[in-house]
Ligand binder design. Structure first.
Ligand code: ASP
Length: 346
């Protein structure tokens, strides 16, 4: 019988009502165990142990939390067949991407899940999500960090929160599901990621403020770039550009501010703010202007994955040239057809 470690970090799944709305509450592991026993579902699920952190609303998550998550998973890796991470939905996609990068080359499943309605509240989706996550965490061929929610299992570094209301709260607009969770759990084995280079694990200390994000909007200008990169702690700027990677290239002050940030050592990257599709740096003159400045185009990487990968690379102490090269290497499926599949540097 497979043994699963469940790491509980908080989120709606374990929350209780308060005069100000839902708030985190301790004891989720025991409450889940009791609820699974009461329904009789527990017997059909893998045995699990729970490790609980003081629960948070994941809106309060910061990159430094990922160090604890990765350290705990790595420390207990040999003791279990798979792992379930209970997490708030608001930042689950960021954590799924970060864990996928921190556990590159993993050989067991790590499944993130949570709920839209707390455990114990009428129509809660907690037990169905957790039951599916436990079953998936016992699938030895699923060597990925993945996000299980509602009717689907998504690759962790491709997932985005798409609904504040629906039970299918997540999707991967540039990817297909890894599994469909209907009456049967149908795992798409041919889609599973294969990484032939062995584990490349890390659990570095993060600087929460190392990466800034600028979402392009009409009228955005040099002042926004300068303000976002003013702090010495900011070492990367993620531009969420229009369409195929376009910016207001007629605004030379805007381009100059990006060039100045880059010259000052800030790694500037280009991901599209579009839900679907990829940055194509040569498609428009308004996009190739960025490429000429040395801004790294991130193809169809999600903003969450781009942000997490920048954090992981910076925290790992990589130099600028390495960061730029690794960003466009496909570590765990974060890039689609446009990503290079070259093996990593030794
Ligand atoms: N605010 C909650 C959280 O992210 C939302 C949820 O879990 O659904 O922790």
């Amino acid at each position: 019988m497979a043994r699963v470690l469940m790491l509980a970090y908080g989120g709606t799944i374990g929350m209780v009502p308060s005069p100000h709305g839902y708030v985190p509450a301790p004891g989720l592991g025991e409450r889940l165990r009791r609820a699974l026993q009461d329904t009789g579902a527990g017997a059909a699920l893998p045995a699990f142990e729970v490790w609980e952190q003081p629960p948070i609303d994941s809106a309060n998550l910061r990159p430094h939390h990922w160090q604890t998550m990765a350290q705990h998973l790595q420390a207990h890796w040999a003791d279990y067949d798979g792992f379930v991470v209970l997490h708030g939905t608001d930042t689950m996609a960021w954590s799924a991407a970060a864990l996928a990068f921190l556990l590159r080359g993993l050989d067991k499943p790590v499944i993130l899940t949570g709920a839209q309605i707390p455990l114990g509240v009428a129509r809660s989706d907690a037990l169905s999500n957790v039951s599916a996550a436990l079953m998936l965490a016992a699938q030895p061929e699923l060597c990925e960090v993945a996000l299980c929610f509602g009717r689907f299992l998504w690759r962790g570094c491709r997932a985005r929160k798409v609904s504040a209301q629906r039970f299918d709260a997540f999707a991967a607009p540039n990817d297909a599901p890894l599994a469909e969770l209907g009456i049967e759990l149908v795992l798409h084995r041919q889609r599973l990621w294969r990484w032939p280079h062995g584990p490349r694990w890390t659990a570095p200390a993060f600087d929460d403020e190392a990466v800034a994000v600028l979402t392009l909007h009409p009228g955005v200008g040099a002042a926004a770039v300068r303000a976002l990169t003013a702090s010495e702690r900011v070492r990367a700027l993620l531009l969420l550009t229009y369409g195929a990677g376009n910016v207001p290239a007629q605004d030379t002050a805007f381009l100059d501010a990006i060039a100045a940030a880059s010259a000052g050592g800030v790694v500037v990257v280009n991901a599209t703010q579009c839900w679907h599709g990829a940055v194509d740096a040569g498609a428009y003159a308004t996009g190739s202007a960025l490429a000429r400045l040395g801004v790294v185009p991130l193809a169809d990487m999600t903003p969450e994955a781009a942000w997490a990968k920048l954090h992981v690379l910076l925290a790992s102490g990589a130099d600028t040239a390495t960061i730029r090269a690794e960003l466009v290497r496909n570590w765990c499926g974060e890039l689609g057809a446009n990503g290079t599949e070259a093996p990593p540097a030794a």
